[in-house]
Design a protein around this ligand. Structure first.
Ligand SMILES: Nc1ncnc2c1ncn2[C@@H]1O[C@H](COP(=O)(O)OP(=O)(O)OP(=O)(O)O)[C@@H](O)[C@H]1O
Ligand SMILES: O=C(O)[C@@H](O)C(=O)CO
Length: 430
């Protein structure tokens, strides 16, 4: 029976947190939307929840309209409570992706109200991926958040690095801070500080620079009904199944695989560049898609199938962006924007390729992952072997066009993973 329920505001974020929970000994299932918890279609659904220690509901709420994000998050919390969860974790991005309207503040407010809790902590720090919070400022490796590439994010440009200043316009609660000195004084001192009247009704941003700080925060908040943060905070949680939490791969070595990269992030571009010399590849052609979408998708999938026949051991790469100038910033008059066009194309490729035999799919980009998972009609993901901090394989049943197949799927956040992840990830599937 799961006791820990998490609500993630995007799909790659959900698998990021689930990867951490599995490493910490929680048998973890990712549910795609609240409906996958409340009305599961699989015959053994009750058994699935009974055999889980943690359930993470993956939402697409990060940049949704505020009322929609709030309603979906509330529904997810109620669904998690109905299957037994008693503690809740709101997972958002380690780069605090949000705007002055939301959605981190409004969702945190709603989840506090729903749980009956008065206060919670705000912990975006994730040192394993270079995100740290010091004196309330969020760093991405050596850069302040607003001096990192996140400054130019198309949907959530991050123009400040002070987490409290980012959050204040988003929430009805006071936003307070607790600094690293207090964290380093230990869990008891931190807890005493959090119990101070100043933080009684607050969202409290807590500094954390390394995993030990996160463990201290987790210990100090172990009886909080709701915590909020990136996946890093889970480093301080301990699940009941330290050696048996990881799901087995669904595929066998040599089964057909493919990489679908829709992300344009600097990390993904470096990964694409690395893979270009090593994997068969095709770039998504925007004008071809606009001229004849179905034919363009058929060309891409035909290429992949032809390469499988030639060399099944090398998973082909279908990618959208290799260089910054590949990103289309101005949509031609009357045309579909490149972002949704590419998402639809990669989702269509995923469905067609699973029907054609793909049993291993590595997807790069949060929005891209959401589109692919939706097209594959996956309901739940059982988290397996880790690939990189925040990225793991997951086995899942999919049915893009009726027939059900079990596949291994890895959802890679745009900024995560080493340069060689597209060629090396497959080695973890054993
Ligand atoms: N050539 C292009 N021009 C414009 N947009 C593109 C192009 N290629 C891809 N895109 C879009 O860019 C967006 C990338 O977002 P996505 O969330 O998939 O990656 P990301 O932002 O790097 O990942 P994450 O959210 O995990 O950090 C998608 O909507 C994708 O369709
Ligand atoms: O926390 C992160 O950085 C990631 O899990 C994420 O949310 C990617 O979109």
């Amino acid at each position: 029976m799961p006791t820990l329920g998490a609500i993630a505001d995007d799909f790659t974020g959900a698998t990021d947190l689930a990867t951490m929970l599995v490493a910490r000994g929680f048998r973890t299932v990712v549910a795609v939307g609240a409906d996958a918890v409340t009305s599961p279609t699989e015959p053994d659904a009750q058994g699935r929840w009974a055999a889980a220690d943690a359930v993470v509901v993956a939402l697409k709420s990060r940049t949704a309209p505020v009322p929609e994000a709030v309603a979906e998050s509330r529904r997810a919390l109620r669904a998690l409570r109905a299957i037994g969860c008693r503690r809740f974790y709101f997972k958002y991005c380690s780069t605090f992706d949000s705007t002055p309207r939301g959605n981190i503040g409004p969702v945190a407010d709603a989840l506090l109200a729903e749980t009956g809790e008065r206060r919670t902590v705000v912990v975006p720090s994730f040192p394993a991926t270079g995100r740290t919070v010091y004196r309330g400022r969020l760093f991405v490796h050596d850069d302040l958040l607003d001096e990192s590439p996140m400054r130019h994010h198309p949907l959530t440009p991050m123009l400040d690095s002070r987490v409290d200043r980012l959050l204040r316009p988003q929430t009805r609660h006071p936003v307070t801070r607790v600094g690293l000195d207090t964290v380093r004084a230990g869990a008891a001192r931190l807890r005493a500080a959090l119990d101070d009247e100043a933080h009684a009704d607050a969202l409290t941003v807590v500094d954390a620079v390394d995993d030990e700080d996160l463990r201290t925060i987790a210990a100090a908040t172990e009886d909080f009904g709701l915590v909020t943060g990136a996946a890093g905070l889970a480093v301080g949680l301990t699940g009941p199944h330290p050696d048996q939490a990881r799901a087995r791969p669904a595929s066998r070595p040599g089964d057909p695989g493919v990489v679908l990269a829709g992300s344009a992030s600097a990390a993904t571009r470096a990964q694409v560049a690395h893979a270009l010399g090593r994997l068969p590849h095709r770039r998504v052609d925007l004008s071809r898609l606009r001229a004849d979408f179905d034919a363009a998708v058929a060309e891409l999938t035909g290429f992949v199938c032809e390469r499988w026949a030639h060399d099944p051991a090398r998973p082909p790469l279908i990618y959208a962006v290799a260089a910054p100038e590949d990103v289309e910033t101005d949509t031609p008059a009357g045309a579909e924007p490149a972002s949704s066009l590419v998402e639809r194309a990669l989702a269509a490729c995923a469905g067609a390729l699973v029907d054609a035999g793909a049993r291993r799919l590595l997807v790069a980009g949060g929005e891209t992952s959401g589109a692919v998972v939706t097209a594959l009609r996956a309901r739940t993901l059982a988290i397996g072997a880790p690939i990189a901090p925040g990225v793991a394989w997951a086995s899942t049943e999919v049915r893009p066009s009726g027939a059900t197949h079990t596949v291994d799927l890895a959802l890679k956040s745009g900024n995560f993973g080493g340069t060689d992840i597209f060629t090396q990830a497959w080695e973890q599937l054993v």
